[in-house]
Design a protein around this ligand. Structure first.
Ligand code: SF4
Ligand code: SF4
Length: 457
């Protein structure tokens, strides 16, 4: 094979820093502070949610075995898929809406990939030292110091990955049981294999793949530019003010031909995706603002005005309200639909199936009987008792048990026989059942048919 095919130019998949690791320099500043607080908050929410209890059980729990999702007082089943669709529509359009106004701030500030990538980078900096120390260490041949540092770093990364996997799995396996069984080596092989799988995913993604996930694999990074317009706020370099760039000393008077960029290269060193924002807008940029913090720090040192790199738009938005109409309307509509869904949500569901053996039969007292199979699903988190009553059919009464007790999230099947004591005129008659939750007094009404043969009897 011609080796030129393997040259850098012919690579289909390459980062802006081909074949080179990115050593992210740590940066302090306004945007880094915002990201840190936001990351702590989001991580705390992610870790703590499975520990919240509601009526003695896990408040948020995805029970795959029984195909149900518990969300506090709601228990959702596959037939409640509409809510899930509404949540997806809401989240997708909210993301598009925010992207249109502020660019990829989701990527820079709240995407789990970025949060874990920067967390792993923080661990690396603590163990290997600054980004330059890391670079230097990697260039060295294997020695004791390098071996120890690499071992410690990878052990820390693996421990973080293990906890991430356990937290994720705790949404699908009862949380206390999961942690106790896992650390006492009593978890099932299925649980252990899923924990190991997600642990490996976290370790590989945040430790090895890093920014390449954002650059080459994430579909959102590919479509987000379709949502930008000239009024979208993006991190950009003020070319007019910065050029011609040139190195200088802090005490030195700025030469007339020079712009404000002192070519310190900090904006490149802090960039987690390894780009130089001074080359113009690039699709790789995740709008994390690290280069803004770095450049502001430099501007401060040189006593120049901050904002050489900043969140800015190419053109001030005209007709401000108009740009909010479409996305705003869809987001509001999906919130409204979810509210309607929640307000009309019933804590139980009833299905009635007629007995298929016989349309009707005559009992020993000479009364006409029809039998129905009631399937009652209790979608709440408490045990409920339901009373079945007949309405709309005179002289009809329920024979035997008219109360059904159903455990939380369970479905109970109950056979109910209705007898009519007086002759009916029609062969087919309408019958209505009221099924009442006797504690909450909520009711479901179901219509079906009562047969009494041709022309009554
Ligand atoms: S160019 Fe700046 S905002 Fe964009 S990813 Fe790099 S550091 Fe973040
Ligand atoms: S951080 Fe600012 S001053 Fe330094 S190279 Fe980047 S743009 Fe120029």
């Amino acid at each position: 094979m011609n080796s030129s095919y393997l040259s850098k130019e012919n690579l289909i998949c390459k980062t802006s820093v081909v074949d080179e690791n990115i050593y992210i320099r740590e940066q302090k500043g306004r945007f880094q502070r915002i990201r840190r607080y936001l990351s702590f908050t989001l991580m705390a929410i992610f870790i703590l949610i499975p520990f919240i209890e509601y009526h003695g059980s896990q408040a948020v729990y995805f029970n795959l075995e029984q195909q149900r999702v518990s969300l506090f007082s709601l228990t959702l089943f596959p037939q409640d898929l509409l809510l899930l669709c509404l949540v997806f529509i809401f989240s997708a359009f909210l993301l598009f809406y925010i992207t249109k106004i502020y660019g990829r701030i989701w990527c820079g500030f709240s995407c789990p990939q970025t949060i874990w990538m920067l967390l792993f980078n923080w661990v690396e900096r603590r163990i290997e030292g600054s980004h330059n120390h890391s670079k230097y260490l990697n260039a060295q041949k294997l020695n004791f110091n390098k071996l120890v540092k690499k071992l410690v770093k990878h052990c820390c990364w693996l421990i973080i990955s293990l906890f991430t996997a356990l937290v994720f799995i705790s949404y699908f396996v009862p949380v206390k049981e999961l942690y106790i069984n896992f650390f006492t080596l009593e978890s099932s092989s299925l649980v252990v294999s899923w924990v190991l799988f997600f642990m490996a995913c976290t370790y590989i993604n945040a430790g090895w793949i890093r920014e390449k996930m954002c650059l080459h694999m994430c579909p959102y990074s590919r479509i987000q530019s379709a949502m930008f317009d000239k009024s979208t706020k993006l991190v950009s370099y003020d070319f007019k003010r910065g050029e011609s760039r040139g190195k200088r000393k802090r005490t030195q008077e700025k030469a007339a031909a020079l712009g404000d960029c002192v070519d310190c290269n900090l904006c490149v060193q802090v960039c987690p995706v390894g780009i130089d924002i001074r080359d113009g807008l690039q699709y790789e940029c995740i709008n994390c603002g690290l280069c803004v913090d770095a450049c502001d720090m430099t501007m401060d040192k040189f006593n120049y005005e901050k904002g050489l790199i900043s969140f800015t738009h190419e053109q001030a938005p005209k007709n401000r309200w108009k740009r909010h109409i479409v996305y705003g309307a869809i987001v509001s509509l999906s919130i409204l639909s979810m509210l309607v869904w929640v307000l009309t949500w019933q804590s139980f569901e009833v299905n009635i199936i007629r007995d298929r053996q016989a349309l009707y039969r005559v009992n020993h007292e000479g009364h006409i009987e029809n039998t129905y199979v009631f399937k009652i699903r209790n979608k709440s988190s408490e045990t409920k008792t339901f009373k079945i009553a007949v309405a709309d059919l005179t002289h009809a009464r329920i024979m035997g048990q008219a109360k059904v007790q159903v455990l939380p999230g369970d479905m109970k099947t109950s056979s109910v026989t209705v007898a009519v004591e007086q002759p009916l005129v029609d062969g087919r008659n309408d019958i209505r059942f009221n099924i009442v939750d006797i504690v909450d007094n909520k009711q479901v009404i179901k219509n079906t048919s009562f047969y009494s043969g041709d022309g009554g009897w």
